[in-house]
Design a binder for this molecule. Sequence first.
Ligand code: BG6
Length: 501
Amino acid sequence: MKATQTLKERGPGHRREGAKSATPDDHVVVLFGATGDLARRKLLPGLHRLDRAGLMPRDYRIVGSAPSGAALTDEEFRAHAGDAVREFGSGDPAGREWEAFAARLSFGAADPEDPQPLLAAVGAAERAVGGSPRRLFHLAVPPSAFASVVGTLGRTGLGDGARVIIEKPFGTDLASARALNETVHAVFDESQVFRIDHFLGKESVDNILALRFANGLFEPVWNRDHISHVQIDVPETIGIEGRAGFFEETGTFRDMVVTHLFQVLGFVAMEPPVSLDAKALRDEKTKVFQAMKPLDPARVVRGQYEGYRAEPGVDPHSDTETFIALRAEIDNWRWAGVPFHLRSGKALGQRRQVVTLHFGQPPLSMFPDRPRTGRGNTLVVDFDDPGWIAACFLAKEPGPAMRLGPARMTFHYADSVEQRHGLEGYERLILDAMLGDQALFTRADGIERLWEISAPLLQAPGEVEPYAAGSWGPASAQQLIAPHHWYLPDMASGDQGSGTP
Ligand code: BG6
């Protein structure tokens, strides 16, 4: 049977090896921050889509929660969820299917000093499901509220035996991450904690593991003997989208690099795990983080787009970075001497999410017309949904002379496998959390190590350099990786990179 057929047949129900069941136990899912942006854009539409895909438990309820100042009635919460699904979901919220989903929704406000409405709503939801449903709490609240919500879960006993999904960023530095881990561990043990990074729920990021460890083709050259440098590049065209409060506290380094790009780096750089179960996978990822050298602020460029300081809610003297480019190094036998260049920023020229492995030159060149760009030898993983993978190489151009030109072989997720069943990052990860599979979630020791290697930069971040919106960031980001270039091949064309000035 062909590989594509197998993927098509397995659809979204396939689990990583070792997971026992694709159907979660009966659940009561509690969404803290149910009236917020993340719940509206991702979580409510995502839960609805899981329901439509037949991936939710046999029976379940969803309880929305927010402080009493933002409390909704059950009916208002259902209407709110309907609006969210209409705007960001996959189907019109109408008909019997929607009615059945909406009937599972209720609301319970919670303040630290008065959690009673939430306790009542969870109690009613559990009685409606019957038996002993599992509880899953999703903390879609600002980082400053994590500790207070966890405290409420501890004091009320709601957290007993439950699982908890915690949004990012998990801490703002090593001390705050340690303190937050202590607060969380006072109520939950690590097996109950799911620190979420939706990049790890992206199909094409998970596919890095398949590419590397399901094939004999790539892994033998996946090391310092063959790879000269690696780029993990996530430019975005959007600005801060009205999130001044969050962004001013966070900045691109914490928002994107510590949270997302380092996690992707973990998948790119890890040794083969002994299995794909949570412990094995997270042990290997953490080993990569342990081998990372502390960041050198001299090898970091922080930028801020012109006009950022005039955004509503932004300090007119803010030195928060909206752009970052840096060099990371992994001091182990596989990667010693291979720079990993990471870049992300808002208001840049293009939205992309790309890992590029640049291979070294052959030891001897017998081709006088060899292009000097060095771009011919790359493996590109574009992980923006639905994603694609390309091997870019040099080939002989037709004609009498031995002239070389760029060529590529590309695997397009969208045309190659059944997309109908594909899950968006959050959907995949909420399902994993209901199944108790922690493989794609961050572990306490891993996140603490990332803050540890970030300390030199956080202590001496240096100046932010201005850049024009729509550009590729400050010019010094190009110098940072010289003699290399930022390289963003597009999907359709030949081997033409963008992303350089
Ligand atoms: C979020 C960040 O975690 O990820 C945003 O807070 C960023 O700043 C977003 O824009 C990117 O995610 P996506 O879903 O566009 O890949």
